[in-house]
Design a protein around this ligand. Sequence first.
Ligand code: ZN
Length: 158
Amino acid sequence: MALIIQRALLEQLRQHGEQAYPQEACGILLGVIAEDGIRVQSIMRCDNACSDLKHNRYQIGPADLFRAQREARTQCQDIVGFYHSHPDQPARWSLTDLAEAYWTGYAYVITSVEKGKAAATNAFLLSGEEQYKHFEDESMIVAEDFEDKTAGLGRERC
Ligand SMILES: [Zn+2]
């Protein structure tokens, strides 16, 4: 299932990665599951809750998750994924990312930030459960403007 994200939102999460550099930035993707893919409709910046190793680890705290769930509900949306950045590392998931990923069926977006500048951004879908869990490459469709198509989508689900 493709991840569909508006260019402005993609730029926001990439900029967050640049601002947090040399630490990892992280946040939550809110949106809806549509027929043609996972549509991101807003992003929520989170503080990296890792107590140390913020340059190569990230953690989204329970308070931020709760805030995102509440925010999503008021917008008739759901949490659909997460994003984080990799300072001076490729935009590929790490073994730590896999070990700490628990949201099966959700998108994980990773942006490589090279010397403070956002480089590649890739999306992965967490599939399988427990010892069978794994990341699959997820195609990302960057929409210039999908306001018309998503208007009302969330409300139908609500
Ligand atoms: Zn990572």
